[in-house]
Design a protein around this ligand. Structure first.
Ligand code: BGC
Length: 445
Protein backbone atom coordinates (compact mmCIF):
# COMPACT_ATOMS: atom_id res chain seq x y z
CA UNK A 1 0.00 0.00 0.00
CA UNK A 2 1.31 3.45 -0.89
CA UNK A 3 2.54 5.67 1.93
CA UNK A 4 0.02 8.44 1.22
CA UNK A 5 -2.95 6.10 1.17
CA UNK A 6 -1.75 4.45 4.29
CA UNK A 7 -1.64 7.83 6.01
CA UNK A 8 -5.14 8.74 4.77
CA UNK A 9 -6.50 5.54 6.27
CA UNK A 10 -4.60 6.03 9.50
CA UNK A 11 -5.83 9.61 9.94
CA UNK A 12 -9.46 8.59 9.33
CA UNK A 13 -9.09 5.75 11.85
CA UNK A 14 -7.45 7.98 14.46
CA UNK A 15 -10.23 10.56 14.11
CA UNK A 16 -12.89 7.89 14.57
CA UNK A 17 -10.95 6.49 17.52
CA UNK A 18 -11.38 9.84 19.29
CA UNK A 19 -14.85 8.46 20.00
CA UNK A 20 -13.06 5.75 22.01
CA UNK A 21 -11.06 8.37 23.88
CA UNK A 22 -14.24 10.12 24.97
CA UNK A 23 -15.73 6.74 25.93
CA UNK A 24 -12.71 5.96 28.12
CA UNK A 25 -12.61 9.43 29.67
CA UNK A 26 -16.30 9.66 30.40
CA UNK A 27 -16.54 6.25 32.04
CA UNK A 28 -13.46 6.83 34.20
CA UNK A 29 -13.75 10.50 35.18
CA UNK A 30 -16.56 9.87 37.65
CA UNK A 31 -14.30 7.85 39.98
CA UNK A 32 -12.41 11.01 41.00
CA UNK A 33 -15.54 13.08 41.52
CA UNK A 34 -17.42 10.75 43.89
CA UNK A 35 -15.87 11.97 47.17
CA UNK A 36 -17.08 15.49 46.29
CA UNK A 37 -20.45 14.95 44.61
CA UNK A 38 -21.62 12.67 47.42
CA UNK A 39 -21.68 15.43 50.07
CA UNK A 40 -22.66 18.12 47.55
CA UNK A 41 -25.80 16.28 46.46
CA UNK A 42 -26.32 14.64 49.91
CA UNK A 43 -26.17 11.13 48.47
CA UNK A 44 -26.45 7.84 50.36
CA UNK A 45 -24.20 4.98 49.19
CA UNK A 46 -27.02 3.54 47.13
CA UNK A 47 -27.82 6.98 45.72
CA UNK A 48 -24.20 7.39 44.74
CA UNK A 49 -24.20 3.97 43.04
CA UNK A 50 -27.16 5.02 40.89
CA UNK A 51 -25.74 8.47 40.18
CA UNK A 52 -22.53 6.85 38.94
CA UNK A 53 -24.41 4.22 36.95
CA UNK A 54 -26.68 6.74 35.18
CA UNK A 55 -24.02 6.98 32.46
CA UNK A 56 -24.07 3.21 31.92
CA UNK A 57 -27.86 3.22 31.56
CA UNK A 58 -27.42 5.98 28.97
CA UNK A 59 -24.87 3.79 27.14
CA UNK A 60 -27.36 0.96 26.80
CA UNK A 61 -29.96 3.39 25.45
CA UNK A 62 -27.35 5.01 23.15
CA UNK A 63 -26.34 1.72 21.56
CA UNK A 64 -29.96 0.74 21.06
CA UNK A 65 -30.81 4.08 19.45
CA UNK A 66 -27.76 4.69 17.29
CA UNK A 67 -28.10 1.83 14.80
CA UNK A 68 -30.93 3.53 12.97
CA UNK A 69 -29.38 7.00 12.47
CA UNK A 70 -26.11 5.20 11.65
CA UNK A 71 -27.89 3.49 8.75
CA UNK A 72 -30.04 6.46 7.73
CA UNK A 73 -27.63 9.39 8.00
CA UNK A 74 -24.31 7.60 7.86
CA UNK A 75 -21.69 6.63 10.43
CA UNK A 76 -19.91 9.98 10.20
CA UNK A 77 -22.95 12.24 10.66
CA UNK A 78 -24.16 10.19 13.60
CA UNK A 79 -20.73 10.38 15.22
CA UNK A 80 -20.82 14.17 14.73
CA UNK A 81 -24.12 14.32 16.56
CA UNK A 82 -22.62 12.17 19.34
CA UNK A 83 -19.67 14.60 19.57
CA UNK A 84 -22.10 17.46 20.18
CA UNK A 85 -23.93 15.47 22.83
CA UNK A 86 -20.55 14.87 24.51
CA UNK A 87 -19.96 18.64 24.62
CA UNK A 88 -23.43 19.37 26.01
CA UNK A 89 -23.13 16.62 28.60
CA UNK A 90 -19.72 17.82 29.78
CA UNK A 91 -21.00 21.38 30.19
CA UNK A 92 -24.34 20.38 31.72
CA UNK A 93 -22.97 17.95 34.30
CA UNK A 94 -20.16 20.35 35.22
CA UNK A 95 -22.61 23.19 35.83
CA UNK A 96 -25.36 21.16 37.51
CA UNK A 97 -26.70 22.59 40.77
CA UNK A 98 -29.35 19.92 41.32
CA UNK A 99 -29.06 16.16 41.35
CA UNK A 100 -31.66 15.49 38.65
CA UNK A 101 -29.85 17.91 36.33
CA UNK A 102 -26.54 16.15 37.01
CA UNK A 103 -28.02 12.69 36.41
CA UNK A 104 -29.80 13.82 33.26
CA UNK A 105 -26.63 15.22 31.69
CA UNK A 106 -24.60 12.15 32.67
CA UNK A 107 -27.34 10.02 31.10
CA UNK A 108 -26.99 12.03 27.87
CA UNK A 109 -23.23 11.57 28.09
CA UNK A 110 -23.97 7.85 28.27
CA UNK A 111 -26.00 8.05 25.07
CA UNK A 112 -22.96 9.60 23.37
CA UNK A 113 -20.60 6.98 24.84
CA UNK A 114 -22.91 4.18 23.69
CA UNK A 115 -23.12 5.66 20.19
CA UNK A 116 -19.35 6.10 19.92
CA UNK A 117 -18.69 2.63 21.32
CA UNK A 118 -20.64 1.21 18.44
CA UNK A 119 -20.01 3.54 15.51
CA UNK A 120 -16.29 4.22 15.96
CA UNK A 121 -15.20 0.56 15.63
CA UNK A 122 -17.85 0.00 12.95
CA UNK A 123 -16.62 2.91 10.89
CA UNK A 124 -12.96 1.87 11.15
CA UNK A 125 -13.80 -1.72 10.30
CA UNK A 126 -15.73 -0.55 7.22
CA UNK A 127 -12.96 1.62 5.79
CA UNK A 128 -10.10 -0.81 6.47
CA UNK A 129 -8.63 -3.41 4.14
CA UNK A 130 -8.70 -6.93 5.64
CA UNK A 131 -4.99 -7.24 6.31
CA UNK A 132 -4.88 -4.13 8.52
CA UNK A 133 -8.32 -4.11 10.04
CA UNK A 134 -7.36 -5.71 13.35
CA UNK A 135 -4.73 -3.11 14.18
CA UNK A 136 -6.83 -0.16 12.99
CA UNK A 137 -9.93 -1.14 14.95
CA UNK A 138 -7.68 -1.74 17.97
CA UNK A 139 -6.75 1.94 17.77
CA UNK A 140 -10.18 2.48 19.26
CA UNK A 141 -9.24 0.35 22.28
CA UNK A 142 -5.93 2.21 22.54
CA UNK A 143 -7.91 5.45 22.61
CA UNK A 144 -10.25 4.09 25.31
CA UNK A 145 -7.25 3.30 27.48
CA UNK A 146 -5.69 6.73 26.84
CA UNK A 147 -9.04 8.35 27.71
CA UNK A 148 -9.12 6.47 31.02
CA UNK A 149 -5.55 7.57 31.77
CA UNK A 150 -6.32 11.21 30.93
CA UNK A 151 -9.30 11.09 33.28
CA UNK A 152 -7.29 9.61 36.15
CA UNK A 153 -4.49 12.07 35.58
CA UNK A 154 -6.58 15.24 35.20
CA UNK A 155 -8.63 14.20 38.24
CA UNK A 156 -5.39 13.97 40.17
CA UNK A 157 -4.24 17.39 38.96
CA UNK A 158 -7.57 19.08 39.67
CA UNK A 159 -8.35 17.58 43.04
CA UNK A 160 -6.78 20.50 44.91
CA UNK A 161 -8.63 23.27 43.07
CA UNK A 162 -11.26 23.83 45.78
CA UNK A 163 -14.96 23.10 46.19
CA UNK A 164 -15.67 23.22 42.46
CA UNK A 165 -12.96 20.69 41.66
CA UNK A 166 -15.44 18.04 40.44
CA UNK A 167 -16.94 20.57 38.02
CA UNK A 168 -13.53 21.14 36.45
CA UNK A 169 -12.88 17.40 36.30
CA UNK A 170 -16.07 16.82 34.33
CA UNK A 171 -15.58 19.79 32.02
CA UNK A 172 -12.18 18.61 30.74
CA UNK A 173 -13.96 16.39 28.23
CA UNK A 174 -15.47 19.35 26.37
CA UNK A 175 -12.24 20.06 24.51
CA UNK A 176 -11.55 16.64 22.95
CA UNK A 177 -15.28 16.41 22.19
CA UNK A 178 -15.13 19.64 20.17
CA UNK A 179 -11.99 18.41 18.43
CA UNK A 180 -13.80 15.18 17.55
CA UNK A 181 -16.71 17.15 16.07
CA UNK A 182 -14.45 19.32 13.88
CA UNK A 183 -12.10 16.49 12.82
CA UNK A 184 -15.05 14.44 11.58
CA UNK A 185 -15.47 16.99 8.75
CA UNK A 186 -12.12 15.88 7.34
CA UNK A 187 -12.68 12.15 7.04
CA UNK A 188 -14.57 10.23 4.32
CA UNK A 189 -17.84 8.39 4.87
CA UNK A 190 -17.73 4.59 5.16
CA UNK A 191 -17.61 3.08 1.64
CA UNK A 192 -19.84 0.20 2.77
CA UNK A 193 -22.51 2.64 3.92
CA UNK A 194 -22.16 4.62 0.68
CA UNK A 195 -22.82 1.48 -1.36
CA UNK A 196 -25.84 0.76 0.79
CA UNK A 197 -27.13 4.23 -0.09
CA UNK A 198 -26.36 3.59 -3.78
CA UNK A 199 -23.72 6.33 -3.84
CA UNK A 200 -21.46 4.07 -5.86
CA UNK A 201 -19.20 6.80 -7.29
CA UNK A 202 -18.50 8.23 -3.86
CA UNK A 203 -17.78 4.76 -2.50
CA UNK A 204 -15.35 4.14 -5.35
CA UNK A 205 -13.52 7.39 -4.62
CA UNK A 206 -12.98 6.46 -0.98
CA UNK A 207 -11.90 2.90 -1.79
CA UNK A 208 -9.49 3.98 -4.53
CA UNK A 209 -7.94 6.59 -2.27
CA UNK A 210 -7.28 3.86 0.28
CA UNK A 211 -6.24 0.93 -1.90
CA UNK A 212 -5.74 2.24 -5.48
CA UNK A 213 -8.08 1.98 -8.53
CA UNK A 214 -7.60 -1.66 -9.32
CA UNK A 215 -8.24 -2.95 -5.86
CA UNK A 216 -11.13 -0.50 -5.45
CA UNK A 217 -12.93 -1.93 -8.50
CA UNK A 218 -12.68 -5.40 -7.10
CA UNK A 219 -13.72 -4.40 -3.58
CA UNK A 220 -16.65 -2.39 -4.89
CA UNK A 221 -17.95 -5.35 -6.87
CA UNK A 222 -17.69 -7.52 -3.75
CA UNK A 223 -19.47 -4.99 -1.55
CA UNK A 224 -22.22 -4.47 -4.14
CA UNK A 225 -22.74 -8.20 -4.30
CA UNK A 226 -23.10 -8.43 -0.53
CA UNK A 227 -25.47 -5.45 -0.33
CA UNK A 228 -28.00 -6.33 -2.97
CA UNK A 229 -30.61 -3.84 -1.78
CA UNK A 230 -30.87 -0.57 0.08
CA UNK A 231 -32.93 -2.31 2.75
CA UNK A 232 -30.89 -2.46 5.93
CA UNK A 233 -32.59 -5.58 7.27
CA UNK A 234 -34.67 -5.97 10.41
CA UNK A 235 -34.10 -7.28 13.94
CA UNK A 236 -36.02 -10.35 12.85
CA UNK A 237 -33.19 -10.98 10.34
CA UNK A 238 -30.64 -10.40 13.10
CA UNK A 239 -32.25 -13.10 15.25
CA UNK A 240 -32.87 -15.41 12.29
CA UNK A 241 -31.58 -18.98 12.34
CA UNK A 242 -29.05 -18.12 9.65
CA UNK A 243 -27.41 -15.33 11.62
CA UNK A 244 -27.81 -16.79 15.10
CA UNK A 245 -24.43 -18.60 15.30
CA UNK A 246 -22.60 -15.34 14.51
CA UNK A 247 -24.75 -13.32 16.84
CA UNK A 248 -23.85 -15.77 19.59
CA UNK A 249 -20.12 -15.19 18.89
CA UNK A 250 -20.56 -11.42 19.25
CA UNK A 251 -22.68 -11.67 22.37
CA UNK A 252 -20.40 -14.20 24.06
CA UNK A 253 -17.28 -12.14 23.43
CA UNK A 254 -19.08 -9.10 24.84
CA UNK A 255 -20.22 -11.07 27.88
CA UNK A 256 -16.79 -12.59 28.53
CA UNK A 257 -15.01 -9.26 28.10
CA UNK A 258 -16.90 -7.88 31.06
CA UNK A 259 -16.98 -11.10 33.09
CA UNK A 260 -13.17 -11.12 33.22
CA UNK A 261 -13.84 -8.48 35.89
CA UNK A 262 -11.77 -5.82 34.12
CA UNK A 263 -13.82 -2.91 35.35
CA UNK A 264 -13.85 -4.02 38.96
CA UNK A 265 -10.07 -3.76 38.82
CA UNK A 266 -9.97 -0.59 36.72
CA UNK A 267 -12.37 1.32 38.91
CA UNK A 268 -11.98 -0.26 42.29
CA UNK A 269 -8.19 -0.74 42.22
CA UNK A 270 -7.57 1.89 44.93
CA UNK A 271 -10.13 0.24 47.22
CA UNK A 272 -8.58 -3.17 46.59
CA UNK A 273 -5.12 -1.80 47.34
CA UNK A 274 -6.38 -0.25 50.57
CA UNK A 275 -8.13 -3.47 51.55
CA UNK A 276 -4.89 -5.40 51.32
CA UNK A 277 -3.19 -2.84 53.46
CA UNK A 278 -1.12 -0.71 51.10
CA UNK A 279 -1.18 2.99 52.04
CA UNK A 280 -3.51 5.40 50.22
CA UNK A 281 -0.53 7.29 48.89
CA UNK A 282 0.88 4.34 47.10
CA UNK A 283 -2.66 3.55 45.90
CA UNK A 284 -2.42 6.43 43.46
CA UNK A 285 0.95 5.28 42.11
CA UNK A 286 -0.46 1.78 41.76
CA UNK A 287 -3.46 3.07 39.85
CA UNK A 288 -1.08 4.85 37.47
CA UNK A 289 0.87 1.59 37.07
CA UNK A 290 -2.38 -0.15 36.11
CA UNK A 291 -3.03 2.53 33.45
CA UNK A 292 0.50 2.36 32.06
CA UNK A 293 0.51 -1.44 31.77
CA UNK A 294 -2.90 -1.29 30.11
CA UNK A 295 -1.54 1.14 27.53
CA UNK A 296 1.69 -0.74 26.82
CA UNK A 297 0.02 -4.11 26.34
CA UNK A 298 -2.70 -2.64 24.13
CA UNK A 299 0.14 -1.48 21.89
CA UNK A 300 1.60 -5.00 21.92
CA UNK A 301 -1.79 -6.35 20.86
CA UNK A 302 -1.98 -3.82 18.04
CA UNK A 303 1.32 -5.12 16.63
CA UNK A 304 0.25 -8.75 16.82
CA UNK A 305 -3.44 -8.89 16.03
CA UNK A 306 -3.09 -9.03 12.22
CA UNK A 307 0.01 -11.25 12.34
CA UNK A 308 -0.85 -13.88 14.93
CA UNK A 309 -4.60 -13.52 14.50
CA UNK A 310 -7.37 -13.01 17.04
CA UNK A 311 -7.46 -16.53 18.48
CA UNK A 312 -3.81 -16.89 19.59
CA UNK A 313 -4.04 -13.54 21.40
CA UNK A 314 -7.23 -14.61 23.14
CA UNK A 315 -5.66 -17.91 24.20
CA UNK A 316 -2.50 -16.33 25.61
CA UNK A 317 -4.51 -13.59 27.33
CA UNK A 318 -7.07 -16.00 28.82
CA UNK A 319 -4.28 -18.13 30.31
CA UNK A 320 -2.66 -15.03 31.84
CA UNK A 321 -5.98 -13.89 33.29
CA UNK A 322 -6.80 -17.34 34.70
CA UNK A 323 -3.45 -17.62 36.46
CA UNK A 324 -3.50 -14.09 37.88
CA UNK A 325 -7.14 -14.22 39.01
CA UNK A 326 -6.76 -17.58 40.70
CA UNK A 327 -3.60 -16.45 42.49
CA UNK A 328 -5.40 -13.29 43.70
CA UNK A 329 -8.39 -15.34 44.79
CA UNK A 330 -6.10 -17.70 46.72
CA UNK A 331 -4.27 -14.79 48.33
CA UNK A 332 -7.57 -13.33 49.55
CA UNK A 333 -8.77 -16.68 50.90
CA UNK A 334 -5.47 -17.25 52.72
CA UNK A 335 -5.12 -13.57 53.70
CA UNK A 336 -1.61 -13.79 52.38
CA UNK A 337 -0.85 -10.38 50.92
CA UNK A 338 2.71 -9.80 51.80
CA UNK A 339 4.92 -7.62 49.67
CA UNK A 340 3.69 -6.51 46.32
CA UNK A 341 2.32 -9.92 45.35
CA UNK A 342 -1.20 -8.68 44.66
CA UNK A 343 0.01 -5.66 42.72
CA UNK A 344 2.17 -7.86 40.51
CA UNK A 345 -0.72 -10.20 39.74
CA UNK A 346 -3.11 -7.31 39.14
CA UNK A 347 -0.63 -6.02 36.58
CA UNK A 348 -0.31 -9.48 34.98
CA UNK A 349 -4.11 -9.55 34.78
CA UNK A 350 -4.31 -6.10 33.17
CA UNK A 351 -1.56 -6.96 30.67
CA UNK A 352 -3.32 -10.20 29.74
CA UNK A 353 -6.64 -8.39 29.25
CA UNK A 354 -5.04 -5.59 27.24
CA UNK A 355 -3.30 -7.96 24.88
CA UNK A 356 -6.38 -10.08 24.25
CA UNK A 357 -10.09 -9.67 24.90
CA UNK A 358 -9.84 -5.90 25.52
CA UNK A 359 -9.20 -5.05 21.88
CA UNK A 360 -10.17 -8.38 20.31
CA UNK A 361 -13.80 -8.31 21.50
CA UNK A 362 -14.35 -4.94 19.77
CA UNK A 363 -12.48 -6.00 16.63
CA UNK A 364 -14.40 -9.24 16.21
CA UNK A 365 -17.77 -7.64 16.96
CA UNK A 366 -17.03 -5.02 14.28
CA UNK A 367 -16.05 -7.56 11.61
CA UNK A 368 -18.17 -10.71 11.84
CA UNK A 369 -21.57 -9.40 10.82
CA UNK A 370 -22.73 -9.11 7.20
CA UNK A 371 -22.80 -5.62 5.68
CA UNK A 372 -26.58 -5.40 5.45
CA UNK A 373 -27.18 -6.24 9.11
CA UNK A 374 -24.04 -4.87 10.73
CA UNK A 375 -25.61 -1.94 12.63
CA UNK A 376 -28.42 -3.91 14.17
CA UNK A 377 -26.40 -7.01 14.96
CA UNK A 378 -23.56 -4.97 16.44
CA UNK A 379 -26.02 -3.11 18.61
CA UNK A 380 -27.29 -6.40 20.09
CA UNK A 381 -23.72 -7.51 20.91
CA UNK A 382 -22.74 -4.13 22.36
CA UNK A 383 -25.90 -3.77 24.44
CA UNK A 384 -24.87 -7.10 25.95
CA UNK A 385 -21.44 -5.65 26.70
CA UNK A 386 -22.80 -2.54 28.42
CA UNK A 387 -25.42 -4.51 30.33
CA UNK A 388 -22.69 -6.63 31.88
CA UNK A 389 -20.49 -3.58 32.50
CA UNK A 390 -23.44 -2.19 34.43
CA UNK A 391 -24.20 -5.39 36.35
CA UNK A 392 -20.59 -6.08 37.30
CA UNK A 393 -19.93 -2.50 38.47
CA UNK A 394 -23.11 -2.50 40.49
CA UNK A 395 -22.56 -5.87 42.17
CA UNK A 396 -18.77 -5.99 42.62
CA UNK A 397 -18.59 -3.79 45.74
CA UNK A 398 -21.36 -5.84 47.36
CA UNK A 399 -19.69 -9.17 46.48
CA UNK A 400 -16.34 -7.85 47.72
CA UNK A 401 -17.91 -6.71 50.96
CA UNK A 402 -20.12 -9.74 51.68
CA UNK A 403 -18.22 -12.68 50.15
CA UNK A 404 -14.73 -11.20 50.02
CA UNK A 405 -12.03 -10.89 47.36
CA UNK A 406 -11.42 -14.66 47.25
CA UNK A 407 -14.91 -15.36 45.91
CA UNK A 408 -15.00 -12.28 43.64
CA UNK A 409 -11.74 -13.08 41.84
CA UNK A 410 -12.54 -16.81 41.88
CA UNK A 411 -15.76 -16.15 39.92
CA UNK A 412 -13.88 -14.04 37.35
CA UNK A 413 -11.19 -16.76 37.10
CA UNK A 414 -13.79 -19.43 36.33
CA UNK A 415 -15.28 -17.15 33.65
CA UNK A 416 -11.85 -16.88 32.03
CA UNK A 417 -11.54 -20.68 32.00
CA UNK A 418 -14.87 -20.84 30.14
CA UNK A 419 -13.62 -18.16 27.76
CA UNK A 420 -10.49 -20.20 27.03
CA UNK A 421 -12.51 -23.34 26.29
CA UNK A 422 -14.87 -21.37 24.05
CA UNK A 423 -12.05 -19.78 22.09
CA UNK A 424 -10.16 -23.02 21.55
CA UNK A 425 -13.14 -25.10 20.48
CA UNK A 426 -15.66 -22.73 18.91
CA UNK A 427 -14.35 -19.36 17.81
CA UNK A 428 -13.49 -19.00 14.10
CA UNK A 429 -10.33 -17.06 13.13
CA UNK A 430 -11.14 -13.84 11.28
CA UNK A 431 -7.72 -12.36 10.54
CA UNK A 432 -6.73 -11.06 7.13
CA UNK A 433 -10.03 -11.52 5.29
CA UNK A 434 -12.18 -8.78 3.78
CA UNK A 435 -15.58 -8.19 5.40
CA UNK A 436 -17.23 -9.73 2.34
CA UNK A 437 -15.05 -12.86 2.49
CA UNK A 438 -15.96 -13.22 6.16
CA UNK A 439 -19.62 -12.87 5.24
CA UNK A 440 -19.29 -15.74 2.75
CA UNK A 441 -17.46 -17.94 5.23
CA UNK A 442 -19.54 -17.22 8.32
CA UNK A 443 -23.06 -16.68 6.97
CA UNK A 444 -23.33 -18.54 3.67
CA UNK A 445 -21.31 -21.55 4.82
C1 BGC B 1 -13.84 -2.31 27.85
C2 BGC B 1 -14.10 -1.39 29.02
C3 BGC B 1 -12.86 -1.30 29.87
C4 BGC B 1 -11.65 -0.93 29.05
C5 BGC B 1 -10.41 -1.00 29.89
C6 BGC B 1 -12.67 -1.82 27.09
O1 BGC B 1 -12.44 -2.66 25.99
O2 BGC B 1 -14.98 -2.41 27.02
O3 BGC B 1 -15.20 -1.87 29.74
O4 BGC B 1 -13.03 -0.34 30.87
O5 BGC B 1 -11.53 -1.78 27.94
O6 BGC B 1 -9.24 -0.86 29.19
Amino acid sequence: MKEKNSLYLLVASVVAALGGLLFGFDTAVISGTTPFIQPYFHLSDVGLGWTVSSLLVGCIVGVTLSGKPGDLFGRRNTLRAAALVFVVSAAGSALAARLWVFITFRFFGGIAVGTASMLSPMYISEISPGERRGALVSLNQLAIVIGILIAFFTNYLLVGTGGDNWRWMLSVMGLPALLFFVALFFVPESPRWLVQKRKIDDAFKVLSKISGDESANHELAEIEKSIASEDAGTYRDVFSKELRPILVIGMLLAFFQQMTGINSIMYYAPIIFQKIGNGTNSAFIQTVAVGAVNLIFTLVSLRLIDRWGRKPLLIVGAIGMIVSLLVMSGAFFLKHFEGYLILVFILVFIASFAVSIGPVAWVVIAEIFPNRLRSKAMSVAIVTLWTFTFLVSLTFPVVLDRLGGGAAFGIFGVMCILLLIYVIFRLPETKGKSLEELERILVHK
